[in-house]
Design a protein around this ligand. Structure first.
Ligand code: HEM
Length: 394
């Protein structure tokens, strides 16, 4: 049995150019050679087998999301549904879940569909579209703002704020990212506070949240505000990344267009498979609340364990032909939306937006084609594009 972080160091740099371009061969090597591997720079155990990842996500008693459970302080402003663990998390998570299910998602889907069609028309008028700027970002912002029931901030300003925050997820790898993200977080907090003090009849998901939690104490009120912030910023950046990744995959697999046109009923399963195949969230971290064994490795209390969704989703023990896109893959228990008590709160919404995108491409007969070098953002946690030049013409 390996005994703690002194053993089995690995050479895996998620920000290396080749890894950013295609992380899957390296993740497959890790899974085969050191499925539970200590990463010196990230100071964590990397998990690459599906079953190990699932176990950690399910067992929130042993694997904490909330660092305070192992004695690590957390700034108060970070305490949201994303950081709190059960039982503290339960109230705020169910409040947001209920609010989500109370929304008219069909109407929202129609309105997102209109935005996508408008944007596709504009993209078709240019020789080359910058798909992140011209399609993914505006569509994601319209979808999240519509869901929450808020007026969207100006797109260009918002993109900058969101980028600074997203990059800070990798502050463990690059401490220079901390300060710009602190400023951006301040701007975002001001924006979120304005939604909670706005007068007039609140609508959308936040309207529901505000009207169903009018008399909660100051601590709960803070968790709610912080969760609204995560829904907005996290939801926007992840959805933007997902839209970009899906467009990129479709552009590089032109055979999908005719296959889906022939079997329109496969769009739903195809959309899920596209998230398994190249999802936006590469991993997440938990902390061991006690000494525990994973595979043949002894993990000590307080050590970080990083679940690599991207690796788990290509594990050949769970997925047949994991490197192939199987449009009707069923069941498809991928971890692209996480699992367990911290599973994505926006899954239903995200699936609808991606479905509308694929439907719109099929209806308009506009199929994305590569039109220049796409560039990945140098971010380890979020897999997304900085530039995605595509030709979007019928
Ligand atoms: C295709 C798009 C999306 C993907 C692939 C995705 C993926 C994920 C994943 C993997 C997690 C779990 C992380 C963990 O276990 O630490 C997560 C959490 C979360 N997601 Fe998403 N997400 C997407 C879109 C959205 C959208 C649109 C929203 C909001 C409307 C959203 C809101 C959240 C929230 C609030 C959490 C935290 C839940 C908790 O910790 O209890 N996501 N997402």
């Amino acid at each position: 049995m390996a005994a703690g972080p002194m053993t089995s160091p690995v050479r895996y740099d998620p920000l290396d150019e080749a890894t950013l371009a295609d992380p899957y061969p390296q993740l497959a090597d890790l899974r085969e050679q050191t499925p539970v591997a200590w990463h010196e720079a990230m100071e964590c155990w990397l998990l690459t087998r599906y079953e190990d990842c699932l176990r950690v996500l399910r067992d929130h008693e042993t694997f904490a999301r909330d660092p305070r459970r192992v004695g690590v302080q957390v700034p108060h402003a970070h305490l949201s549904v994303q950081v709190l663990d059960p039982p503290q998390q339960a109230g705020v998570r169910s409040l947001f879940m209920t609010a989500l299910h109370a929304q008219d998602l069909d109407a929202l889907q129609r309105s997102v569909g209109q935005t996508i069609h408008e944007r596709l028309r504009q993209c078709a008028g240019q020789p080359v579209a910058e798909a992140m700027r011209d399609l993914a970002q505006p569509v994601a912002l319209a979808a999240i703002a519509g869901l929450l029931g808020i007026t969207p901030p100006p797109l260009a300003e918002w993109v900058q704020t969101s980028d600074a925050i997203m990059r800070s997820m990798d502050a463990g790898l690059n401490p220079e990212l901390i300060e710009p993200s602190r400023r951006a977080r301040g701007q975002l907090s001001d924006l979120v506070s304005s939604w909670f003090t706005a007068t007039g009849r609140p609508s959308g998901l936040l309207g529901h949240v505000r009207s169903h939690a009018p008399h909660c104490g100051p601590e709960q009120a803070a968790y709610i505000r912080h969760t609204a912030r995560v829904m907005f910023q996290g939801g926007y950046s992840t959805l933007t990344a997902a839209l970009g990744n899906v467009l990129h995959t479709l552009a590089h697999h032109p055979e999908i267009g005719p296959a889906l046109r022939q079997h329109r009923d496969l769009v739903r399963t195809a959309v899920d498979e596209l998230v398994r195949f190249d999802g936006p969230v590469q991993g997440t971290t938990r902390l061991a609340t006690g000494d525990v064994t994973i595979g043949d490795v002894h993990v000590r209390r307080g050590e970080k364990v990083t679940v690599l969704f991207a690796a788990a989703n290509r594990d050949p023990h769970t997925f047949e032909a994991p490197d192939r896109l199987v449009l009707d893959r069923t069941p498809n228990r991928h971890l692209g939306y996480g699992w367990g008590t911290h599973a994505c709160l926006g899954t239903v919404m995200a699936q609808r937006v991606l479905t509308v995108l694929v439907d719109a491409l099929l209806d308009t007969q506009i199929w994305p084609r590569p039109a220049g070098d796409a560039t990945r953002r140098p971010t380890a946690t979020m897999r997304t594009f900085a530039r995605l030049p595509l030709s979007l013409h019928p």
